[in-house]
Write a protein of this length. Structure first.
Length: 270
């Protein structure tokens, strides 16, 4: 390990189980010398195994509904008490679509579900930064990262309204990131990760086939959850102090591909 986060303090949202990218980020942040608080919604905590991660990393867990300003204010205040000062890094790894969960097609959306999904998946990022910004809770040259997917830019039919949520999330990162950078020297970025077999991702129709397709399209293959965690750690570190307002593709090259030989071979007659 490299001690890239030695002395740094953070908050990690969204670790559910060992398949979660947030879980891998927490493990890697601990290995790199960071201290942090883990948080997730109370219902997710009942479903997941976050207490085991807390024990492994010597962390405390603060339940918080990321759509609730009261919960977020409490989370940030208690985190600073526990960690003994301001925050150096935050990971937002939250996404949910009720329409996807209930198998409702994009063209026939339940709009109450749509609004709930947007609040959880995107607006929660704005609310989190609102609290951090207005409490002046981040150290200068701190780093805030949210996880996204390139369905924000291109059509993936079964990704449903999560595509809209990710587009909104990325816009929030740029817009709020400007003010956070100007006023507090804090950087804000999103990582557009390869399709990854997490609990959230596996809820998308045809996900296994899609992972295989992306792997064949990408010259380096799909990026794993652990590799995404490594990339996230680099963005939390001081090695990327001037990287902000970026949507950073971490996908083995998929985002710049038109077609690959492996995919073409499926459609070419011998």
């Amino acid at each position: 390990m490299y001690n890239l986060l030695k002395g740094k303090k953070g908050i990690i949202f969204g670790a559910l189980n060992e398949h979660s990218i947030a879980w891998k980020v927490a493990e890697r942040a601990h290995e790199e010398g960071a201290e942090f608080v883990l948080t997730n919604a109370p219902i997710a905590m009942r479903m997941g195994e976050i207490k085991a991660l807390a024990e492994k990393t010597g962390s405390q867990v603060i339940p918080a509904d990321a759509t609730s300003m009261d919960d977020l204010n409490n989370l940030v205040e208690k985190s600073m008490e526990i960690l003994g000062g301001k925050i150096d890094f935050v990971l937002h790894s939250i996404g949910m679509s009720v329409n996807v969960r209930k198998g409702i097609h994009y063209t026939n959306s339940n709009y109450d579900f749509t609004q709930k999904g947007a609040d959880v998946s995107a607006l929660s990022f704005h609310k989190t930064m609102n609290v951090l910004y207005n409490k002046n809770a981040m150290n200068e040259w701190g780093s805030i990262v949210a996880l996204t997917y390139m369905a924000a830019q291109r059509v993936f039919p079964d990704y449903n309204d999560m595509a809209d949520n990710k587009a909104y999330l990325e816009s929030i990162a740029r817009s709020f990131g400007y003010f956070f950078g100007r006023d507090h020297k804090v950087r804000v970025n999103t990582i557009s990760q390869s399709p990854t077999p997490t609990t959230a991702g596996s809820g998308v129709k045809g996900f296994d086939g899609f992972i295989s397709y992306a792997d064949k399209m990408s010259p380096l293959g799909n990026a794993t959850a652990l590799e995404c965690a490594d990339y996230t750690i680099s963005l939390f570190s001081d090695l990327t102090k001037k990287v902000t307002l970026q949507n950073l593709f971490h996908d083995g090259g998929f985002s710049n591909m038109g077609v690959s030989d492996a995919v073409m071979s499926k459609f070419t007659e011998e």
